[in-house]
Write a new protein. Structure first.
Length: 213
């Protein structure tokens, strides 16, 4: 089973991102660059996983409340960032526990040394370099995530805006795109699991914000 077939299975015969006529013909990803297409085609099932309950439309206000990952001594928001990051991690971990998880990622294209610097441990730094080498050697941008430590590695790289990744939770038909200022585009194809995800988010203190509200 490859990533393209997994993606096609999310929508069955309803829709195929590879056949969408409006897709950028120069794009070489199956799903990673298409969060906007998914939201346009399925607005009722598209959301943002967000730390704010409503979209902040005033960019000046957003810039004043935005937090970012930077370990430099002069970053006053780092502690707040790590606290918020952990909430997202908890939601993802709960989804991981109930799903086969696939990813499509920009890791093969990035400077892996710079990406690794954002990780919390030497083991993670070593592991991301191993995966980078494996993906480049295979010419692939996607893989099935079999171990929680690999899952959390990509999650940290995404939330810290170092490597863009789309996480596909196959069994629940949920797709989440990382790397968006703690406002992550999300598609949930099954109302039963959308309700479960709402409860998980409420428990962890973040919001599943509908695009149609």
């Amino acid at each position: 089973m490859n990533f393209t077939k997994i993606v096609e299975g999310i929508w069955g015969k309803k829709w195929s991102p590879s056949e969408d006529k409006e897709k950028d013909i120069e794009c070489d990803t199956a799903l990673l660059d298409h969060s906007h297409l998914v939201a346009e085609r399925f607005p009722q099932k598209s959301f943002n996983l967000d730390r704010f309950p409503l979209q902040i439309k005033n960019q000046t206000v957003f810039e004043q409340v935005n937090i970012f990952f930077d370990r430099t001594d002069d970053n006053p928001t780092l502690i707040s960032y790590l606290r918020e990051e952990e909430k997202f991690k908890q939601v993802f971990r709960k989804l991981w526990a109930y799903n086969s998880v696939w990813i499509e990622t920009t890791l093969p294209k990035v400077n892996v040394e710079m990406a690794a610097d954002a990780l919390d441990s030497e083991n993670k730094k070593i592991r991301v370099k191993e995966i980078h080498t494996q993906l480049k050697a295979s010419g692939s941008k996607s893989m099935k995530i079999k171990h929680l430590h690999d899952f959390e590695l990509f999650l940290e790289l995404g939330l810290r805006e170092k490597v863009s990744t789309v996480f596909v939770f196959e069994d629940m038909k949920i797709c989440v795109w990382s790397n968006f200022d703690f406002s992550l585009p999300l598609y949930s194809g099954d109302d039963k699991y959308t309700e479960l995800l709402q409860r998980i988010c409420s428990t962890e203190g973040i919001y599943l914000r509908s695009l149609t509200d």
